[in-house]
Write a protein that binds this ligand. Sequence first.
Ligand SMILES: *[C@@H]1O[C@H](CO)[C@@H](O)[C@H](O)[C@H]1NC(C)=O
Ligand SMILES: *[C@@H]1O[C@H](CO)[C@@H](O)[C@H](O)[C@H]1NC(C)=O
Ligand SMILES: *[C@@H]1O[C@H](CO)[C@@H](O)[C@H](O)[C@H]1NC(C)=O
Length: 217
Amino acid sequence: MLPQLAVSAKILCLLMVVICGAVPSMVRSVRLYSQCSHLYVNVFPNGTVMARSGGNDQPNLTISTRGFSLELLIHSPIQDMYLCFNRSKLVGRRLTRFQAERQPNCLFKEEFVNGYNRYHLMKNEDRYIGFNRRGLQLRRGKSRLPERVHKCLDFMKVARGDDFNLDRHNNMLAGDLPKWRPQRRLRPPPQNSIKPPCHGVRHHHGRYQRRKNCDGT
Ligand SMILES: *[C@@H]1O[C@H](CO)[C@@H](O)[C@H](O)[C@H]1NC(C)=O
Ligand SMILES: *[C@@H]1O[C@H](CO)[C@@H](O)[C@H](O)[C@H]1NC(C)=O
Ligand SMILES: *[C@@H]1O[C@H](CO)[C@@H](O)[C@H](O)[C@H]1NC(C)=O
């Protein structure tokens, strides 16, 4: 009796999908880490999109497919906005999913280049999401960007569950839990490092101590 019920429920679900056109889509919770700004893509309440922090970071995004197609929607659940291009500018727009799925300016295609992810408009192979070192948007099409700037179209897609936790762990170690920061190894070492300089130790304690302090952390 029970298994039969389960089967009926499944058939009902399938029917609903067919009738309503509510095709299931893959939804992934991610953050996009810009290879040029070394910060996550952030959607601000006014719809501005930058790859930098605003003090009150909410860089969680969801990337979902439109039905069975390869077209992707990028949504900020916190701001409840979809990422869309308005001419050359990427903005967060308050649309329903129904509306966003019907806006070619909000539908992206994902590319994999040298281990990084890139996103361009499905309908425009030249219109890529990209940010400069200061986290501001690149407004030019890819074909008009110098080759050396192409890396600014690269993102690390950090998925919830894998590096999300690593990130949180690092922040906890740094005593900096509320803010989401890139992993420490990706940043240049700070100028005013608190580690004692190695040569000073060598001077006072000789070879054995130097190895202990400088190589053995
Ligand atoms: C939107 O908000 C961001 C972050 O607070 C700010 O930097 C930016 O200037 C604002 N943009 C506009 C057009 O108001
Ligand atoms: C963002 O995602 C992380 C990891 O899943 C979660 O702990 C955090 O609560 C999320 N932030 C918001 C504001 O939803
Ligand atoms: C696109 O940008 C222009 C100028 O910034 C603005 O006036 C217009 O409302 C925007 N359109 C949409 C659909 O957001």
